[in-house]
Design a protein around this ligand. Structure first.
Ligand code: NAD
Ligand code: UGA
Length: 475
C-alpha cells in the first residue's frame, strides 16, 4: 500500500520506450504540461540519437505536426536518453510504452503477447526506482498483466531502501498518421486502477488539456480489456466492409455508396467504413490474436472463433486482390512490370508493420512480376527489410521476381503493365493520368484498392480501371 511519501503532484515523468506511442505521447504531455519534466528512454541508441537529431527529418516517427512540437519542447522539458536506470530513479511516474508483439515460440506462439520487454521494464523499475513511484501501463497488454508487474515490483521491495509502487493501466488509443490530433483531442482517456491517489495524480496531468468528462476511470482489468476490445471492434468493421466490397463487386453495387447509406444511420456511424486492401498496422492483428488466445485460455472457444474470423477475412481479402490482379493481367505476370503506389500501412505514416503492401508485393513477386515501388515516406532500406526473400534490383535490369525503389511516379510507370495503389497518400489523388497512360504498355491496368482515384478521368485516358468494391463497371 502507499505510504505518506506520495507526492502532491507529478514533477518528473519517465517513459520507457521511444517508439510510435512513447515519442508522440510524451511530446504532447511535455507540450501541455510545461512544469513537468518528461524523459523518454530507450535501449535503442540509434532511435534516441534520431529523436535528438537537429535534422527533424530524421525523427524516427513521421507524424504530421510532431516536428513542430519537438522543436518547441525538446531540451526544455522533453528529453530523450539511453540512461534507463538513472531516469527511472529520478521519476515519480513511469509510463511503460514498450513493444508487445505476438509470441513466435513456445506456449501461445502465434497468438499470445510476448511480454519479455514489459517484464524487463518491470525489473528495471524494481531495481532503480526510489521512494513512491506510479507505474503506468501504456503498452497494450493482455488482461491481468498488471498483476505480473505488481508481483515483480513487490518481490524486490524488501531491501533496506523503502520503495512503494502504485500500478495503473492507461492504454493509448492514438492512430498513426493522426497521432498528434488524437493526443491533443482524445475521444477519451482511460485510467484503470485501485489506488485513488495515484489515479488522481495521473488524471491531473491530463486535466491540463483534456476536459474532465472525457477521463474515464475503471478497474484495472476493465481498462486492459477495453483496449483490446476497442481494436477488435475497429478491425471487425474493416473486415465487415471489405467483405461487402467483394459482394458489391459481384452484384453491381458500389461499396462506397453502401457505406454512405449505412453510415448515416447514427447507430452505425460513418467513420471507419472505407473498404481497402485489408487492415494493416502493428496492432489490429496482434491484439485480436491476443483476445483469441485469452478467450481460449478461459475456455470460451466459440468467442475465440468469432474474433478469429476477423483476421481470417482480412487475409482472404488480401489474397483475393492479388488473385484478381493476376487474372486481369491474362493469368500471368511473369516479367510484367507493376508500379506500386504506397508501401506504408496507411497514409501519413512511415510505418510498414503488417502493411497490406507486404503480402501483396510478396505474392506478386512470387508470381514473377517486376515491381517498381514508390512511397513518399517509407525508405528503400525499410522495404528491403520487409521483402527479404526478393532481390532489390539496383540497376533496374527488370529481372522477373525483383523490385526496385522509385522516387518519381512518372519514372516508375515507364513500360508498366499495371499500377497498383495500396496507400491512400494525398499526392496520389492528383496524378496526371493522361501522361501516365502514355508511358504504360497497353493494354494497361490501374488497380485502386482505396477507391480514391478519379474513375471517369482514368477511363477516358484508355486505361483499364479496377476500383475496390465498384461492381457497377464490372457487370
Ligand atoms: P515500438 O516498437 O515503436 O516502440 C517500442 C520501443 O520500446 C522500442 O524503441 C524498443 O527499443 C523499446 N524498448 C523495448 N524494451 C525496452 C526496455 N526494456 N527498455 C527501454 N526501451 C525498451 O512500439 P509502439 O508502436 O510504440 O507500441 C508500443 C505499445 O503501444 C505496444 O504495446 C502497442 O500495442 C501499443 N500501441 C501502439 C499504437 C501505435 O499506433 N503504434 C497505438 C496504441 C497502442
Ligand atoms: C489503430 C486504432 O485506430 C487506434 O485507436 C489504436 O490506438 C491503434 O490501432 C493501436 O492500438 O495501435 P492504427 O492502426 O494506427 O490505429 O490506424 P487505423 O487508422 O486504425 O488503421 C488501421 C488499418 O485499417 C489501416 O491499414 C487502415 O488503412 C485500415 N482502414 C482504416 C481501412 O481500411 N478503412 C478504414 O475505414 C479505416
Amino acid at each position: 500500500m502507499i505510504e505518506n511519501n506520495i507526492p502532491k503532484s507529478v514533477k518528473n515523468i519517465c517513459c520507457i520506450g521511444a517508439g510510435y506511442v512513447g515519442g508522440p505521447t510524451m511530446a504532447v504531455i511535455a507540450d501541455r504540461c510545461p512544469s513537468v519534466k518528461v524523459t523518454v528512454v530507450d535501449i535503442n541508441k540509434e532511435r534516441i540519437d534520431n529523436w535528438n537529431s537537429n535534422d527533424l527529418s530524421r525523427l524516427p516517427v513521421f507524424e504530421p505536426g510532431l516536428d513542430k512540437i519537438i522543436e518547441r519542447v525538446r531540451n526544455k522539458n522533453l528529453f530523450f536518453s539511453t540512461c534507463v536506470g538513472q531516469k527511472i530513479s529520478e521519476a515519480d511516474l513511469i509510463f511503460i510504452s514498450v513493444n508487445t508483439p505476438t509470441k513466435t515460440k513456445g506456449i501461445g506462439a502465434g497468438q499470445a503477447s510476448d511480454l519479455r520487454w514489459v517484464e524487463s521494464c518491470a525489473r528495471n523499475v524494481a531495481e532503480f526506482a526510489k521512494g513512491f513511484t506510479i507505474v503506468v501501463e501504456k503498452s497494450t497488454l493482455p488482461v491481468r498483466t498488471a498483476s505480473v508487474i505488481k508481483s515483480i515490483l513487490s518481490s524486490t521491495t524488501s531491501n533496506s531502501e523503502k520503495k512503494n509502487f502504485a500500478i495503473l493501466s492507461n492504454p493509448e488509443f492514438l492512430a498513426e498518421g493522426t497521432a498528434v490530433n488524437d493526443l491533443e483531442k482524445p475521444d477519451r482517456v482511460l485510467i484503470g486502477g485501485e489506488d485513488h491517489q495515484a489515479i488522481n495524480l495521473l488524471e491531473e496531468i491530463y486535466l491540463n488539456w483534456v476536459p474532465s468528462n472525457k477521463i474515464i476511470k475503471t478497474n484495472l482489468w476493465s481498462s486492459e480489456l477495453s483496449k483490446l476490445v476497442a481494436n477488435a471492434f475497429l478491425a471487425q468493421r474493416i473486415s465487415s466492409v471489405n467483405s461487402i466490397s467483394a459482394l458489391s463487386e459481384a452484384t453491381g453495387a458500389d461499396v462506397r455508396e453502401v457505406s454512405r447509406a449505412i453510415g448515416l444511420d447514427t447507430r452505425i456511424g460513418e467513420k471507419f467504413l472505407n473498404a481497402g486492401p485489408g487492415f494493416g498496422g502493428s496492432c489490429f492483428k496482434k491484439d485480436i490474436l491476443n483476445l483469441v488466445y485469452l478467450c481460449n485460455y478461459f475456455g470460451l472457444h466459440e468467442v475465440a472463433e468469432y474474433w478469429n474470423q476477423v483476421i481470417f477475412l482480412n487475409n482472404w481479402h488480401q489474397e483475393r486482390i492479388y488473385k484478381l490482379i493476376v487474372k486481369k493481367l491474362f493469368g500471368t505476370i511473369i516479367g510484367k512490370k507493376i508500379t506500386i503506389l504506397g508501401f506504408a500501412f496507411k497514409a501519413n505514416t512511415n510505418d510498414t508493420r503488417e502493411s497490406p503492401a507486404i503480402s501483396l508485393c510478396n505474392n506478386l513477386l512470387e508470381e514473377g512480376a517486376i515491381l517498381s515501388i514508390h512511397d513518399p515516406k517509407v525508405s528503400k532500406e525499410q522495404i528491403k527489410k520487409d521483402l527479404p526473400k526478393f532481390s532489390y534490383d539496383m540497376e533496374k535490369l527488370n529481372t522477373s521476381g525483383t523490385w526496385h525503389f522509385s522516387g518519381n511516379i512518372m519514372d516508375s510507370v515507364k513500360g508498366a503493365d499495371a499500377v497498383l495503389l495500396i496507400t491512400e497518400w494525398d499526392e496520389y489523388k492528383d496524378i496526371d493520368w493522361k501522361a501516365i497512360s502514355c508511358y504504360m504498355r497497353k493494354p494497361a491496368w490501374v488497380f485502386d484498392t482505396r477507391s480514391i482515384l478519379p474513375r471517369e478521368l482514368i477511363r477516358k485516358t484508355g486505361l483499364n480501371l479496377w476500383t475496390i468494391g465498384d461492381g457497377y463497371y464490372q457487370n
